[in-house]
Ligand binder design. Structure first.
Ligand code: NAG
Length: 129
């Protein structure tokens, strides 16, 4: 019985070691590529700020490209355009884990998410006061 218990502890330790190395081997950075696809009117630039770096003012057709260290599970972003705003997860481990680039297209009706910059899905909508 004692031998079996030792064996169990050994397997337990080995399993923990393996799962830790798997986590360490997974990508440590992610690029958020957020494109301003808003209509070209006079409502002003799109403001993006992820993980409280510093606000960027993005013109129509321009990308916000930023690399993030994945120390935390999610990258929280803030967007503002005219009287519209949104706080959302630019990167979310559960949804985006394993992908090294996350694409967003910001449009008048909301925030479109993509892994390949061609198939987009509306995931978030603008909020207003
Ligand atoms: C960043 O922006 C440029 C356009 O300015 C784009 O061509 C490029 O693919 C973007 N994305 C990444 C991940 O570098």
């Amino acid at each position: 019985m004692a031998f079996q218990n030792h064996l169990f502890v050994l397997f337990f330790l080995a399993f923990n070691f393996l799962s830790t190395t798997t986590i360490l081997a997974s990508p440590h950075t992610v690029v958020l590529d957020i494109r301003n696809d808003l209509p070209n009117n006079n409502l002003g630039d799109l403001t993006i700020d992820c993980n409280h770096l510093s606000p960027s003012h993005i013109k129509v057709g321009v990308h916000y490209n930023q690399t993030f260290q994945l120390n935390e599970i999610n990258v929280e972003c803030y967007a503002m355009w005219s009287r519209y705003f949104l706080i959302w997860n630019g990167f979310q481990a559960k949804r985006d884990g394993g992908h090294s680039i996350i694409y967003w297209s910001v449009r008048e009706d909301g925030f479109y998410h993509s892994f390949d910059a061609s198939h987009y899905k509306l995931l978030e909508k603008w909020e207003t006061e």
